[in-house]
Write a protein that binds this ligand. Structure first.
Ligand code: SF4
Length: 401
């Protein structure tokens, strides 16, 4: 049985939870990503072998095959405590009956991707960049996944990416300078397939910038082999966005995988989703962003949870996200402060949401508040040609109280 007494130790300390529930597995198998992938926990019987499930979890697991499949790598499964259904890691990957709840705000495709897909699998929503959905499979499945309508192959919709048509589209669209590979998760492909895919994209002269959005370094750190890093390093500039929600996910193995990527020259950013009962408090987020910096990862975004079907039990208020940013900005290293965003429902794109630091702004001055609540004025001069209409009042109460 795994206990988490060690969590009470220094929050900066990185831990390994291996071999955990797999005590008799040889290290060479444990460290092999294909073994990890093949031995994922995917059934109720496997779950119940190790965990005491709550009624909500058991019912959720029985229904998961109609919505978003259950799959958890042994590495990540070791982070789950045996008997606490409210554990922040458990809430992310164990299905719950609440996924069948419907809220009037729920949507199947909250980011409006399907309506911006000129080629199956290629989302072209912003002028100069595209999202390339190269697979519908991941190493493990997150219960709040924005793309649960297609990811894992369990839902009603299927992803049929047309690679050749997508390459032809990209060759024709010379305005596209940035391609983000996502899905699903491209890093579950074989080395050879990743190499061919990146090479094909790099052969398109106007594509300047490649990005991979992935949770593989967290779910399956064994996949980040020196051979994979050598392949990725051939295609610079190549950046990577990883996805960590809770500090406990940053194990020794994950830290080492992130270091291998950083040593291959890949700039790393992290995207977290703000989730109820997972990371919706300042202390958890502060520990997370500090540990990310130690792993050489820049905290990039905190997302307000999308209005995806069946996620209402994991969504927080927007005010909670603003409160967290307020508690970070100025109180800790600037590099540790991510941008809080809402992906505007229906396809409006990411909108930054900030605490109200601008109290007043006109053609003569801007009045601002710092992290301590002190108020300052800065003169507005020499900006006659700026195409910006100052808003005359934001927070009158600060000015006249
Ligand atoms: S890793 Fe990403 S794409 Fe896969 S289930 Fe999680 S959020 Fe969805």
């Amino acid at each position: 049985m795994i206990t988490f007494a060690s969590e009470k130790r220094d929050a900066k300390e990185f831990l390994s939870y291996a071999p955990g529930y797999w005590p008799n597995t040889a290290p060479e198998l444990w460290n092999n990503w294909k073994w990890q992938f093949k031995n994922r926990v995917t059934s109720l019987a496997q779950l119940e072998k190790h965990l005491e499930l709550s009624d909500e979890e058991r019912s959720g697991v029985l229904l998961s095959d109609d919505k978003l499949a259950l799959a958890i790598t042994p590495h990540f499964f070791n982070l789950l405590p045996r008997n606490n259904p409210e554990d922040p890691i458990r809430r992310q990957v164990i299905p719950r009956i609440e996924e069948t709840w419907t809220s009037p705000y729920d949507m199947a495709d909250p980011c409006g991707e399907d309506s911006h897909m000129p080629v199956p699998g290629l989302v072209h929503r912003y002028p100069d960049r595209v999202l390339f959905l190269v697979t519908d499979r991941c190493a493990s499945y997150c219960r709040y996944c924005t793309r649960s309508r297609v990811v894992s192959g369990a839902g009603e919709q299927e992803l049929h990416t047309d690679f050749e048509e997508a390459f032809r589209y990209l060759e024709r669209h010379t305005e596209v300078r940035d391609v983000l590979l996502s899905g699903g998760d491209a890093l579950i492909f074989s080395d050879d397939k990743i190499d061919k895919l990146l090479s094909r994209l790099r052969a398109i002269p106007h594509i300047e910038f490649l990005r991979i959005g992935t949770r593989v370094p967290i779910f399956l750190p064994q996949r980040i082999t020196p051979e994979l890093c050598a392949i990725l390093a051939k295609y610079h500039p190549l950046w990577m966005s990883v996805h960590v929600n809770h500090p406990r996910e940053l194990t020794i193995e994950v830290k080492q995988a992130l270091e291998r990527l950083a040593n291959a020259g890949i700039p790393l950013g992290n995207q977290s989703v703000l989730l109820a009962g997972v990371n919706d408090d300042l202390e958890t987020m502060k520990t997370l962003v500090h540990r990310l910096l130690i792993c050489r990862v820049r905290p990039y975004y905190i997302y307000q949870c999308d209005l995806i079907n069946g996620s209402s039990h994991l969504r927080t208020s927007v005010a909670k996200g603003i409160e967290i940013i307020e508690g970070l900005r100025g109180h800790t290293t600037g590099y540790a402060v991510p941008q809080f965003v809402i992906d505007a429902p229906g396809g409006g794109g990411k909108v930054p949401i900030n605490p109200g630091y601008v109290l007043y702004h006109d053609n003569e001055k801007i009045v601002i508040r710092n992290y301590e609540g002190n108020i300052f004025e800065y003169p507005e001069t020499g900006n006659e040609n700026v195409q910006f209409a100052p808003q005359r009042e934001y927070h009158d109460e600060y000015l006249y109280s």
